[in-house]
Design a protein around this ligand. Structure first.
Ligand code: DGT
Ligand code: CA
Ligand code: CA
Ligand code: ZN
Length: 581
């Protein structure tokens, strides 16, 4: 948050608290008004104060002397006496609850006075046991609203897997790109950095200031909007599909690059960058790069980085994990590009638990611009997923041969996702695995607290196993996975020539960025597979490439950037090395 946003939030909470305490309405209204003004203010309030003092603050619309003094104290000392005093009088939990749609300061005041509610738990209890409903002014409709609001609030408190929000954000950006007044538009924040989970979603657009309001009106009127949180001249905020909070900011084109850089984050990256700027006598803000009052950059992100002596840094690297030092030394890696993937190495079909026929996979694969797809259905002991017994696997292989015979420039690879059994043996005999083009081996069932390392290491020693599928077994929002020693897998991968998978399924992203980076640094090759169970999930390969980029990986480290012939050679390499072909 910049100072404008920080102050807006403080005044909003102040208004909530004062309303709760029964303060006279015009004071409450004054704080709310000040919060809106600060939020929509195109200039930096700190700049205004530094240049023009109290008088300049008081020239802002809706800011009187009392509030101007508080702003000044905050900018000078980082605190506001009156705010601290008021906050002491209201329980923290109740202040948080005021942010819930349907729960206002007056409801909370009532619950506080008549029912002794002090905490979130108290509030939930009086809501459930009917005592809140019996208070004056609390009709069944209002209670229903509060329940809905609370449910939404709790859902929103969780972070969202990137892939769950991905199609929505793309749709919003595409819709707004069609608006003629929108000169530039891009996702920002953690979404643009391809972080595996996102809190809220940030979008940034460039437009002439006079068009801000109408663009934001279009944004909050999009069909997926279920609740509008704010809609001003420079910023709009709304809940989409009852779940996703999306913020749109509109900035003038001359500061678009600076704003994009700022709002892409991460915070740690920006703090580091600002430090470098300071040591050069410069100041970076969301409005531009400044030497004193002179603006020296800001129209593009490149110009911002250049002003501090750096080349442009890809958003996926901006976590302050060494990317700034690398840029200073001219050692930024050449990252794998989203369109460099030539095929998907982990796709399920109708033969096991997928929905697509082999023909559909060919069609969709070609539409993705691919040269190949490895059809890796489950093996026989995975009964719940309709795993293939050997005869069905062979029948499928024969069908793949028939389809491939007709194809030009595209090939289905005969694959399997063979189960790694509890003792580390595999779910098909070697002679069956030998008939396949591509074998990914995965653990799907494990005992509570099991350490699966030994099991997986043993599977990697099998000459027919090309890759370890979703190596940690974690699911982003629901499951931790089994215990596994990634370092040991990395060592074994090097020793045996086995790939590790970046499973791109949106709930998995396994290996994650940190583990994939470790593997890549040690010289392990990785494979990206979507684990798609429907043809409509093949797009998720982008999420896997995002992980690879966040892991600093280049095209040479990802086996499915290679053309088919090269890939097939590579797949023979381990078998040759182990003396089985
Ligand atoms: P999220 O939403 O939790 O997944 O994470 P972000 O990274 O999207 O963070 P968000 O939405 O709070 O803010 C978007 C970007 O704006 C953030 O990545 C960097 C920038 N930003 C926000 N607040 C601050 C701040 O206090 N200082 C700095 N330097 N940058 C900030
Ligand atoms: Ca965000
Ligand atoms: Ca945000
Ligand atoms: Zn699997």
């Amino acid at each position: 948050m910049n100072k404008n946003q920080e102050l807006a939030r403080i005044f909003d909470r102040m208004a909530d608290a004062l309303e709760f305490l029964g303060e006279i309405p015009f004071k409450v209204v004054a704080y709310r008004k000040a919060a809106r003004v600060l939020e929509d203010l195109p200039e930096d309030v700190e700049e205004i104060y530094r240049k023009g003092g109290m008088a300049a603050l008081m020239r802002l619309p809706g800011i009187g002397e009392g509030i101007a003094k508080k702003i000044a104290q905050y900018l000078d000392e980082g605190r506001i006496d009156r705010y601290e005093e008021v906050m002491k009088q209201v329980p923290q939990d109740l202040l948080d609850l005021m942010e819930v749609q349907g729960i206002g300061p007056r409801t909370l005041r009532l619950a506080y006075e008549k029912l002794g509610v002090r905490t979130k738990e108290d509030f939930k209890r009086v809501l459930e046991d009917g005592s809140l409903a019996r208070l004056p002014g609390m009709g069944p409709k209002k209670i229903e609203n509060i329940k809905k609001g609370l449910e939404l609030y709790e859902r929103m408190a969780q972070r969202i897997p990137l892939g769950a929000a991905y199609p929505l954000v793309q749709a919003i950006v595409e819709a707004l790109r069609q608006v003629p007044e929108v000169l530039e538009i891009s996702p920002a924040g953690s979404f643009r950095r391809m972080k595996e989970t996102v809190g809220d979603l940030d979008i940034l657009a460039a437009a002439r200031p006079e068009h801000g309001r109408s663009i934001i009106q279009k944004f909050v009127s999009l069909p997926q909007v279920t609740r509008v949180l704010a809609a001003g001249d420079t910023k709009g905020s709304a809940i989409f599909q009852d779940r996703y909070q999306v913020d749109l900011r509109v900035v003038p084109p001359e500061s678009y690059g600076a704003a994009l850089q700022y709002f892409t984050g991460s915070k740690a990256h920006n703090v580091h960058l600002r430090g470098i700027a300071r040591s050069m006598g410069l100041k970076i803000s969301e409005y531009g790069v400044f030497r004193g009052a002179e603006k020296i950059a800001g129209e593009t992100e490149e110009s911002v980085y250049k002003a501090v002596g750096l080349v442009w840094i890809p958003p996926e690297l901006r976590e302050d994990r060494g990317e700034i030092e690398a840029a200073q030394q001219g050692k930024l890696p050449r990252l794998v590009e989203y369109d460099e993937i030539r095929g998907d190495l982990h796709v399920h079909s109708k033969y096991s638990d997928g929905t697509a026929t082999l023909e559909e996979l060919v069609r969709f694969g070609q539409k993705m611009g691919y040269e190949y797809i490895a059809v890796c259905d489950h093996s026989q002991s995975v009964k719940y997923a309709h795993g293939l017994e050997v005869d069905r696997l062979r029948k499928k292989n024969a069908e793949i041969d028939r389809i491939n015979a007709r194809l030009e420039g595209f090939r289905l690879l005969k694959g399997t996702e063979v189960d790694i059994l509890p003792d580390g043996s595999l779910d098909y005999p070697d002679e069956v695995l030998a008939e396949l083009d591509f074998v990914v081996a995965s653990v799907h069932q494990w005992r509570k607290d099991e350490d699966a390392t030994e099991r997986i290491l043993r599977a990697m020693e099998n000459p027919y196993v090309h890759a370890v599928g979703h190596p940690t077994g974690r699911l982003i929002s629901t499951r931790e996975g089994y215990r596994v020693d990634i370092e040991a897998l990395v060592e074994k991968a090097l020793e045996t020539g086995t790939f590790l998978e970046i499973n791109a399924y949106y709930e998995r992203l396994d290996l994650n960025d940190v583990h994939a980076r470790l593997a890549g640094e040690r010289g392990v090759l990785l494979e990206i597979g979507t684990d798609a169970h429907q043809a409509g999930q093949l797009w998720q390969i982008r999420l896997g490439v995002g992980v690879a980029r966040r892991a600093w990986l280049g095209p040479q480290q990802i086996v499915n950037t290679r053309p088919l012939a090269e890939l097939l050679d590579l797949l023979q390499a381990k078998r040759k090395k182990m003396g089985v072909s």
